[in-house]
Design a protein around this ligand. Sequence first.
Ligand code: AMP
Length: 209
Amino acid sequence: MDLVLLGAPGAGKGTQGALLATRLGVPKIATGDMLRDAVRQGTELGLKAKAVMDAGQLVSDDIVLGLVRERLDSDAAAGAIFDGYPRNVAQARSLEGLLAEVGRRIDAVVYIDVNDDDIVRRMSGRRTDPETGVVYHQEHNPPPAEIAPRCIQRPDDVEETVRHRLEVYRENTAPLVDHYRQAGVPVHTVDGGGAIDAVQSEILGLLGR
Ligand code: AMP
């Protein structure tokens, strides 16, 4: 199965995507995670992407396309949950092209809807364990005491940058909901404001799982 998760930054795509990946037995392709890995490892690509990411802008379509292509040729050869990709209509078309080359297409889109104020609250409380990549929230899901001191805030999770990312999302990514509807791909909307388990159950129900 090839499934695209849409929703603003902080809507819960990463959390829901990880649960879905386990449940459906396909890997999650999260271009943001792949880019952050490249930044951590100090690769040429990571050096190029870092300033763009820290400012809450989108990195170039070519860079992310290369990352996704590698995955489709390896662990995601039989399906994937796409999280944070595609981010604009051009990327959606590229993905359609890549999948068509291997006889696949997007089976469904899940759009996770959360209002902006909740997004800002969620993201400014978000903390990541740099060693495992696991994401916590200071209030709702605090990191265990022994790892709390090493947990960090993503540079692009500070409030001003979050607001900018929401604008970038509205301008570039939100139109994908209509793009997929017009292409005849089933688009399922879920209210992402609820508890993690409740949102996951709703998604699985909509997907008939
Ligand atoms: P995310 O973890 O999905 O919120 O992504 C974090 C940052 O990585 C974004 O703000 C962008 O700078 C960059 N990024 C992630 N995915 C993409 C993408 N598909 N296209 C362009 N930039 C991306």
